[in-house]
Design a protein around this ligand. Structure first.
Ligand code: ATP
Ligand code: MG
Length: 278
C-alpha cells in the first residue's frame, strides 16, 4: 500500500488492462486472470505477477497469468458485476491503495445506469481481506463512485466547446460527446455510447484495422461531423495504422497523451473533485 492511510484511488478495470492512479502512483497491470490449479514451478517474481487468495479460491493474475496460465479468463460480459472485475479492483487496492479508500471506478457508457452502478457499489463498498503473493491485507472501501468510461477523459483537460472522445479498448469501443460552455459542462447522451464486441481482443482473428475504422467511424458519421474535434484514447490509440484510418473520417482527431491511462487519469481528477480530497 502507498504512503498515507486514506485517499482517492481511481481504478479503470478494463478487460485487457487495469490502470490505477492515486496521488502517489500511476500503474497498469494486465487484467488477465485464471485459476491457480495444480502447479509445481510457479513463483511471483515480476512486479505485476500476482498469486491471489480470495474467498477460498486461488488465482494467478497480472503478468503471471498473461504468460503462464492454461485457461486465462477473458470477460466480455456487458456488466462488470462479477468476480473478474472485483478482483482487478481489490488487487489494485492491495498493491497501490490505502487502508481506507475513496474509490472511483468505471463502466462502459451504455451500462452507466442506476442498476449497474448500484450493483458495482454494493459489491465493492465495505471491508475486504485479500492475500496477494502471501501478504494478507484488510482494507476498507469507504465510498464508490462509478464513472462512464471514455466520457471521463473529459476531466483530463476539461476542453471548451463541443468535443468527442473515442476510446478503443479490448472489449469495447466507447464514444462520448461533451459540451463545456462557460464552465457549464454537459454530457450529450444521444451522441455517446458503447459498441460491445468490437474491441481489439473481442474481434480476435477477425481484427482488420481498416475494416474496424470503417465500421466504427461509419457508424459515428451519423452523429459526428468530419470537422469535429475528436480525442482518441485507450490502448488502440497506440496503433498508428489504425489511427491513420480513423483520421480519414476525422482529420481533426488528436491522440490524448498517454492514451492507455487516459480513462484512469480522468477518473482520478473527477474523483478528487467529487470527494474533495486527493
Ligand atoms: N502499443 C500498442 N500498439 C497497438 N495496440 C496496443 C498497444 N498497446 C495495447 N494495445 C491494444 O489495446 C487494447 C487494450 O486497450 P485498453 O487497455 O484500452 O483496453 P481495456 O480498457 O482493458 O478494455 P475495455 O475498456 O474494452 O474493457 C488491446 O487489445 C491491445 O492489443
Ligand atoms: Mg477501457
Amino acid at each position: 500500500m502507498t504512503k498515507g492511510v486514506s485517499g482517492v484511488i481511481a481504478v479503470d478495470d478494463g478487460g485487457y488492462s487495469t490502470c490505477v492512479i492515486t496521488k502517489n502512483c500511476a500503474e497498469s497491470f494486465p487484467s488477465v486472470k485464471g485459476l491457480y490449479g495444480e502447479r509445481n514451478l510457479t513463483s511471483a517474481t515480476g512486479k505485476y505477477d500476482y498469486i491471489v487468495d480470495y474467498k477460498g479460491e486461488k488465482y494467478v493474475m497480472g503478468t503471471l497469468a498473461k504468460y503462464d496460465c492454461e485457461l486465462p479468463i477473458q470477460m466480455h460480459t456487458d456488466s462488470k458485476q462479477n468476480d473478474f472485475f472485483d478482483l482487478s479492483v481489490l488487487v489494485a487496492i492491495h498493491q497501490f491503495g490505502y487502508l481506507s479508500n475513496y474509490l472511483i471506478t468505471s463502466v462502459p457508457i451504455k451500462m452507466h445506469n442506476e442498476k449497474e452502478k448500484e450493483g458495482r457499489i454494493l459489491r465493492l463498498k465495505g471491508s475486504h481481506t485479500i492475500t496477494v503473493n502471501g501478504v494478507t491485507k484488510t482494507f476498507s472501501i469507504n465510498d464508490v463512485k462509478v464513472a462512464p468510461e471514455s466520457a471521463v477523459a473529459y476531466w483530463i483537460a476539461e476542453p471548451n466547446g463541443k468535443n468527442r472522445f473515442l476510446d478503443i479498448g479490448s472489449r469495447t469501443i466507447g464514444f462520448a460527446t461533451t459540451i463545456n460552455e462557460f464552465g457549464d459542462v454537459r454530457f450529450i447522451d444521444s451522441e455517446s455510447g458503447t459498441i460491445f464486441g468490437k474491441g481489439l481482443e473481442a474481434l480476435g482473428e477477425s481484427y482488420n484495422k481498416k475494416a474496424l475504422a470503417d465500421y466504427v467511424c461509419g457508424r459515428l458519421s451519423k452523429m459526428w461531423r468530419p470537422e469535429d474535434k475528436v480525442f482518441v484514447l485507450g490502448g488502440g490509440a497506440l496503433d498508428i495504422e489504425l489511427l491513420e484510418y480513423i483520421s480519414r473520417y476525422f482529420p481533426n482527431m488528436e491522440v490524448i497523451n498517454n492514451p492507455h491511462m487516459a480513462n484512469a487519469i480522468g477518473m482520478y481528477n473527477l474523483g478528487r473533485f467529487v470527494y474533495n480530497i486527493s
